[in-house]
Ligand binder design. Structure first.
Ligand code: CP
Ligand code: NVA
Length: 303
């Protein structure tokens, strides 16, 4: 098992499958209020350079449920925001804390932090990856569809951090993934090349959302402008016209298809209100599962 959790490509299918089993166990214990204080007496730093609702709350609550102390740290109110080098911060924080979660911009920032940290580091979202979210999404698929094998997954929208982590997941778990992205908004080419080099799965890129969702079991989307891209909102609204997950698009998918969105959602843009509130939507279970999967990741790395 890798010491850090920075991206899915660090792990084998067997390791991640074990994590799903452990997550199921922890979720059952939580539902029955059976103590599972795997990190009793430890301290976990939660560092945020970007906004968050789900990640912050699910990590804070998860750390507490594991018997540890969460420390919420906003880079803007720490010396990181005043330019203290990442490597210095990493060496100091990991002398106080038993684990660190970071949400930041560059993947290279979190990788540098991990290089200098003596405590395990978890990626709570970078511009490149959102591995905790995709693990929560897959756990939701397993719960509701009995597994991921043989299912057809679709991505509709921006080739962003979520899309990149889905591509890694497809390569690791070996399921079919078709991504529909507007021209110029495709996923990271190196991530795609890595995934295709694994040769375990069929990963297809198109600019036709209808093609992507044809016979799909699981349909994913995300905002058109991610954090840090706010200035591009208007131009992206034009580029992403036709890339909305709506009832019409779902007509081409399997009748029992599942719709996922990591949230926050922009209703009327990438997804309609009737789809997110409708019978195909699993977004609230998906959001809840952030808590359970992250507890498993933390206990696994930090116990
Ligand atoms: N999905 C997700 O990571 O949500 P937050 O930005 O609210 O943490
Ligand atoms: N792609 C989005 C995900 C938010 C959870 C972003 O990076 O802002």
């Amino acid at each position: 098992m890798n010491k850090h959790f920075l991206a899915l490509h660090q792990f084998t299918r067997e390791e991640l499958d074990d994590l799903f089993v452990f997550t199921k166990e922890l979720k059952a214990k939580q539902k029955q209020r059976i103590p599972h204080r795997h990190l009793e007496g430890k301290s976990i730093a939660l560092i945020f350079e970007k906004a968050s609702t789900r990640t912050r709350i699910s990590f804070e609550v998860g750390v507490f449920q594991l018997g540890a102390q969460p420390l919420f740290i906003s880079t803007g109110t720490s010396q990181m925001g005043r330019g203290e080098p990442i490597r210095d911060t990493a060496r100091v924080i990991s002398r106080y804390c038993d684990g660190v979660m970071i949400r930041t911009y560059g993947q290279e920032t979190i990788e540098e932090f991990a290089r200098y940290s003596t405590a395990p580091v978890i990626n709570g979202l970078t511009d490149r990856f959102h591995p905790c979210q995709v693990m929560a999404d897959l756990f939701t698929v397993i719960e509701q569809k009995g597994g991921y094998e043989g299912l057809k997954f679709a991505w509709v929208g921006d080739g962003n951090n979520m899309a990149n982590s889905w591509i890694e997941a497809a390569a690791i778990f070996g399921f079919e993934l078709t991504l529909a992205c507007p021209k110029g908004y495709e996923p990271d080419a190196t991530v795609l090349a890595w995934a295709r080099s694994k040769g375990t799965t069929l990963i297809t890129l198109t600019d036709d959302p209808h093609e992507a969702v044809r016979d799909a079991d699981v349909i994913n989307t995300d905002v058109w402008a991610s954090m840090g891209q706010e200035a591009e909102q208007k131009i992206r609204e034009i580029a992403f016209t036709g890339f909305q997950v709506n009832e019409g698009l779902l007509d081409g998918a399997k009748g029992n298809c599942m719709v996922l969105h990591c949230l926050p959602a922009h209703r009327g843009e990438e997804i309609t209100d009737d789809v997110i509130e409708g019978s195909h939507s699993a977004v609230w279970d998906e959001a809840e599962n952030r808590l359970h999967i992250q507890k498993a990741i933390m206990a696994w790395l930090m116990e």
